[in-house]
Design a protein around this ligand. Structure first.
Ligand SMILES: Cc1cc2nc3c(=O)[nH]c(=O)nc-3n(C[C@H](O)[C@H](O)[C@H](O)COP(=O)(O)OP(=O)(O)OC[C@H]3O[C@@H](n4cnc5c(N)ncnc54)[C@H](O)[C@@H]3O)c2cc1C
Length: 402
C-alpha cells in the first residue's frame, strides 16, 4: 500500500500536468503524484494542433471567451475571471515558453512545436519533485473514511485528496457513476458533414462566406465554409457540429441543411439583384463571371443547378430561371449523410454533469476531496485553442483552492 502522497492526480494529460505544477508551485510541501495509464504522458498535447499545439485563443475578455463553449458557457464565466487566456500567455512566458498569435486568433508556441509545451511541463514537474508514474491504469477507486483508495493493476495508493483528469475515458465515467455522479452521455463534437451532391462534387477546395441552417431545428451558423472531397467543412460547419452535437447525434447524422451562399441576403433581395444584373449585363453569358464575392466555379455550378445552360445570356433568363437561381444562392438544400473527423481532432461532448461540480474549487458537490480538471467534465469548445484553455483554467482554479 503506497501512502507516500498527499494528492494523487489520475491522468497524465494537459489538465493533469497543469494542475500538478500549479499545486506544488503554490505549496511546495505537498507531495503530488500523477498516475498515467500509458507508457508516455501528454500524448494528446503531442498531436494537438497538427503537432504545433494550439495552446489558447487570443480572446481576452471572459464574457466573450465563454461564447466559444457549447457546453460550459455559463459555468466557465466565473473561472475565466480568475484565469483567462491572457493569464495562460503569462503563465507560459514565466515558464520559458513564448506564444504567438496567428491571424485567426489561434495561439501557438513560437517554436511551432508541441514538444516545447511537453518539455516545459516535464521540466517543471522534475524541478518541483512531482512524481510522474506511467503504466498506472487506475482500475477502481474507493472512499474510506477521509481517504481515497486508488487501485491500479500493480499498486494501491491511499491519499487525502484525489483529482481526476482522465479526459473522455468512459471507464472512469462508469466508476464515477457508481459513486452517484451523473454523466452526460458522450457524443462526438467537431466533425465535418458528408454530402454527396453534383453541385459540389467538382469543387473541393472552394470556400465561401455563408450562413447555414439545419432543417427542423434552431441550429444556425455563419462563417467560412470549405467544400471538401467528402462534403463540407470549415468554421461554419464545425460550429454547427459543436453546438448541434447532441441534436445531430439524435438525427443519426442524417439531416438536411440550407445554405445561403450570400450570407445574409434574403431570397427576394437576391431576386432583385439578379433582375438588375439581367438589365446591366444583358449580352453577357450568365455563367461566365460570378457577380458575387465567391469563386467562379461555385457560381457556374449554382447556375447549372438552376436549369440555366452554360452559354445562356442574362437577357434570355426566364422568370422561373431567375427565381431558381435566387433560391440556389440563398436557400440551397443539401442532404447530409454521416460525418467525418476534422483533422483527427475529435472532441467529446459529454462528461460529469456540471451541476455536480463547485466551479469555485472544481470539487465534487457529492464527495469531499474529490476534484475534476479538463475534459472529464461536460465542457467542450469549438476548435481554436479553447479546449486546452478549459484544461488550464480548471487546473489553475483547482490548484488555487485545494
Ligand atoms: C488530434 C487532436 C488535436 C487536438 N488539438 C487541440 C488543439 O490544438 N487545441 C486545443 O485547445 N485542443 C485540442 N484538442 C483537444 C484537447 O487535446 C483536449 O481537450 C485536451 O487534451 C484535454 O485534456 P485532458 O488532460 O483533460 O485530457 P487528455 O489529454 O485526454 O488526458 C487524459 C489522460 O488520462 C489518462 N487516463 C485515462 N484514464 C486513465 C486511467 N484509468 N488511469 C490512468 N490514466 C488514465 C489518459 O491516458 C490521458 O493521458 C485536440 C484533440 C485531438 C484528439
Amino acid at each position: 500500500m503506497n501512502q507516500n502522497f498527499d494528492i494523487i492526480i489520475v491522468g497524465g494529460g494537459a489538465a493533469g500536468f497543469f494542475t500538478a505544477i500549479n499545486i506544488v508551485e503554490k505549496n511546495p510541501k505537498l507531495k503530488v503524484a500523477i498516475l498515467e495509464r500509458g507508457a508516455e504522458v501528454l500524448q494528446k498535447v503531442r498531436i494537438s494542433g497538427g503537432g504545433r499545439c494550439n495552446v489558447t485563443h487570443a480572446c481576452f475578455e471572459p464574457n466573450e471567451l465563454v461564447k466559444f463553449y457549447p457546453r460550459g458557457e455559463k459555468e466557465l464565466r466565473g473561472p475565466f475571471h480568475q484565469f483567462c487566456s491572457g493569464d495562460t500567455i503569462e503563465w507560459f512566458e514565466k515558464h520559458g515558453v513564448e506564444l504567438k498569435i496567428e491571424d485567426d486568433g489561434r495561439m501557438f508556441p513560437v517554436s511551432n512545436s508541441s514538444q516545447t509545451i511537453i518539455d516545459c511541463f516535464l521540466k517543471a514537474t522534475q524541478k518541483l519533485g512531482i512524481s510522474v508514474l506511467t503504466g498506472q491504469s487506475v482500475q477502481s477507486i474507493f472512499k474510506k473514511d477521509n481517504f481515497w483508495k486508488v487501485e491500479t493493476q500493480n499498486e494501491n495508493y491511499i491519499v487525502g485528496k484525489l483529482i481526476l483528469a482522465t479526459g473522455s475515458n468512459p471507464k472512469m465515467w462508469e466508476m464515477l457513476q457508481q459513486f452517484g455522479h451523473a454523466v452526460i452521455n458522450p457524443v462526438p463534437s467537431l466533425f465535418t458533414f458528408n454530402i454527396k451532391d453534383s453541385r459540389i462534387k467538382e469543387l473541393p477546395g472552394v470556400a465561401a462566406q455563408v450562413s447555414v441552417k439545419v432543417k427542423d431545428s434552431k441550429l444556425t451558423s455563419t462563417g467560412p465554409l470549405l467544400i471538401t472531397h467528402w462534403g463540407m467543412s470549415g468554421p461554419a460547419i464545425l460550429k454547427l457540429s459543436a453546438w448541434g452535437a447532441r441534436i445531430l447525434h439524435d438525427k443519426n447524422y442524417q439531416f438536411t441543411i440550407f445554405i445561403n451562399w450570400l450570407n445574409d441576403v434574403e431570397t427576394n433581395e437576391a431576386e432583385k439583384i439578379l433582375k438588375d444584373l439581367k438589365q446591366e449585363q444583358a449580352k453577357k453569358a450568365v455563367s461566365k463571371k460570378s457577380p458575387f464575392d465567391f469563386p467562379n466555379r461555385l457560381w457556374e455550378s449554382l447556375v447549372l443547378a438552376s436549369g440555366i445552360e452554360t452559354e445562356t445570356k442574362w437577357a434570355d433568363l426566364s422568370k422561373i430561371q431567375l427565381q431558381n437561381l435566387a433560391h440556389q444562392l440563398t436557400n440551397a438544400t443539401f442532404q447530409v449523410n454521416g460525418k467525418s473527423t476534422f483533422k483527427e481532432e475529435f472532441v467529446t461532448a459529454g462528461g460529469i454533469d456540471l451541476k455536480e461540480i463547485n466551479f469555485k474549487t472544481m470539487e465534487s458537490k457529492l464527495h469531499q476531496n474529490l476534484y475534476f480538471a479538463g475534459e472529464i467534465v461536460n465542457i467542450d469548445a469549438i476548435t481554436g485553442g479553447f479546449n486546452f484553455q478549459n484544461a488550464w483554467t480548471s487546473g489553475f482554479i483547482l490548484a488555487n483552492n485545494i
